[in-house]
Write a protein that binds this ligand. Structure first.
Ligand code: GLU
Length: 376
């Protein structure tokens, strides 16, 4: 008890993510009582001087309910239409719940592009900071009715991932994922009677990831795997995360140290804000593969990525985009490339002095400068 209490005692800002299953009942109707209880907790936390942003799912679910759809639509326009209908129902429910505490809510709908482009990222942050200054509660979701094209990769995809990005965006200390499961288990509790709740995770290992199957519900899209990925993202930047049962948890008790759910402890070392963004923005799929020497220079010696160490270009990207640096099929670093995929294709394997003559333009000796790179 006391351990958790001291862990959370300095939390000044947190993100609460509510899954579809947590805020809907029956045939995808919004559970107003549940939303009111969350609003009560958030209002009480505000009284204690703790700022809370909400990331909410449920737009598609509530829209399905309102439109009388029993199965999740397969066609993208229908899915988006359901989200469009449900999003307004969702906001209405939050508005009513917070009005009881005389608190305004501010709707923010984000797409992957808003988080990927630095200027839009900073702009979204400024808006959220202004909401906090106005004492309004940010209520965030993915912009489901426009963000669809998976080929172009403009979706964040699931709200576990989105809430981890939001935690970085507003530099929150803690992400609380409220779900219909009460934490991480050592196996699948639905099938395995010996599966035990794991109260504390200090490191996300490949074994843990192996425990986590796919999504448990056909209405939401998250599952334990996306939750563990979210935990990796949050804790790598020095934040904490907790998975708890949305039906039972009280946020005040949680911060007071109640032993419930699974807590993910922060990893040592904090990244600067810009490096956090480079490491965790929902990037497109562009990548370069490097040879052993470059992997060593980047990973162990903290050097920049030069064209000479690049053996392959994957996907297409523009100069200024975030790309992955891969070595033996593993992503070893991420950074902002100074050259487009076409240009890197022309200069890979060459000495830096050949860049300008080959490309016919000056542009710097590095493909990714070490100041623009995060080693993973
Ligand atoms: N953004 C989706 C919705 O509001 C949910 C995504 C998720 O559950 O992860 O319905």
């Amino acid at each position: 008890m006391s351990d958790r209490k001291s862990l959370f005692k300095n939390v000044k800002r947190l993100v609460v993510k509510l899954g579809t299953r947590v805020i809907t009942i029956g045939d995808n109707a919004l559970d107003a009582g549940r939303i009111e209880r969350i609003a009560d907790d958030v209002a009480a936390l505000r009284q204690r001087g703790i700022e809370v942003a909400i990331v909410t799912s449920g737009a598609i679910g509530a829209g399905m309910g309102r439109l009388g759809l029993s199965a999740r639509p397969r066609a993208i326009p229908e899915l988006q239409a359901a989200a469009a209908v449900g999003q307004s129902l969702l906001m209405n429910a939050y508005k009513l719940a917070f009005r009881r505490h005389d608190l305004a809510v501010g709707q923010i709908l984000l797409t992957a592009d808003d988080l990927r482009e630095r200027a839009r990222y900073v702009n979204a942050r400024n808006t959220l900071e202004a909401l906090f200054r106005f004492n309004a509660v940010p209520v965030i979701n993915e912009n489901d009715s426009v963000a669809v094209d998976e080929l172009l990769d403009i979706r964040v995809g699931d709200n576990d991932t989105l809430s981890a990005c939001v935690t970085h965006l507003i530099r929150a200390d803690l992400l609380v994922l409220l779900s219909d499961v009460d934490g991480l288990y050592s196996g699948d509790p639905r099938r395995d009677g010996d599966a035990r709740l794991i109260p504390v995770v200090d490191r996300i290992t490949p074994e843990l990831l192996a425990f986590a199957g796919g999504s448990g519900s056909d209405v939401g899209v998250g599952g334990m795997r996306t939750k563990l990925r979210a935990a990796e993202t949050v804790t790598a930047a020095g934040g904490m995360m907790i998975i708890a049962d949305g039906a039972r948890v009280n946020l005040l008790d949680l911060l007071d140290g109640q032993e419930t759910g699974t807590v993910f402890l922060p990893r040592p070392g904090r990244l600067t804000d810009r490096k956090r963004w480079i490491a965790f923005a929902p990037a497109r799929k562009g990548a370069v593969t490097v040879d052993d020497g470059a992997a060593r220079a980047i990973g162990q010696e903290g050097r920049s990525l030069l064209p000479s160490g690049i053996v392959e270009v994957r996907g297409t990207f523009d100069a200024g985009e975030i790309i992955d640096v891969q070595h033996r099929k593993e992503t070893v670093a991420r950074g902002l490339t100074r050259y487009s995929s076409d240009e890197v294709e022309k200069i890979r394997g060459l000495k830096s002095s050949q860049i300008t003559p080959v490309l016919g333009r000056p542009g710097g000796d590095e493909v990714i400068h070490r100041d623009d790179m995060v080693v993973l």
